[in-house]
Design a protein around this ligand. Structure first.
Ligand code: FES
Length: 165
């Protein structure tokens, strides 16, 4: 079972989907895990479909473990075409997609992705057609590395939400 998961994770990260920052994103979410120090940022772009605002595409950057990268890769595919509300309803095990159930010690890796998704899809970030959300100025223009550097250079320069275990 463990070998099976490792194979699926290795397969997913061999050719990760939707990796990298998205310059024309409508929203962005960043999350960190204080226990393992992993961080993940997720960008979302919306489109109008049948009178609804749905997720057109999503991308991510991660200073995370292989499982978090694999889940983020799968999740950015799985949320395409969903409304923000539908994506927000997805549980970590759903975001893990074809990886299947994660062992207890790896569940927080999927929760990291869920946390970034929640941050990106929070109502104040849903600003279709606007370059940046006034509620989180500058967030869209920074890479995860930029944010880390800025955060280290001046306290309060980065808004990272740490997940509770
Ligand atoms: Fe912490 Fe995977 S070990 S996110």
């Amino acid at each position: 079972m463990k070998d099976d998961l490792q194979k699926k994770v290795a397969e997913a990260i061999r050719d990760p989907k939707n990796i990298g920052e998205m310059s024309d994103a409508d929203s962005v979410g960043t999350v960190g895990n204080s226990e393992c120090g992993e961080m993940l940022r997720l960008w979302v772009k919306y489109r109008e479909q049948d009178g609804q605002k749905v997720i057109d595409k999503a991308s991510f950057q991660s200073f995370g473990c292989e499982t978090a990268i694999a889940v983020a890769s799968l999740a950015t595919e799985l949320i395409q075409g969903k409304t923000a509300a539908e994506a927000l309803e997805m549980k970590p095990e759903e975001l893990s997609g074809e990886l299947g159930p994660l062992p207890p010690m790896k569940i927080h890796c999927a929760e990291l992705v869920q946390g970034a998704l929640r941050d990106a899809l929070s109502p104040e970030d849903q600003s279709l057609g606007q370059a940046e959300s006034p509620a989180k100025p500058g967030k869209l223009s920074l890479t995860l590395q930029d944010s880390l550097n800025e955060g280290q250079a001046k306290s309060g320069g980065i808004n990272i939400q740490f997940l509770d275990d």
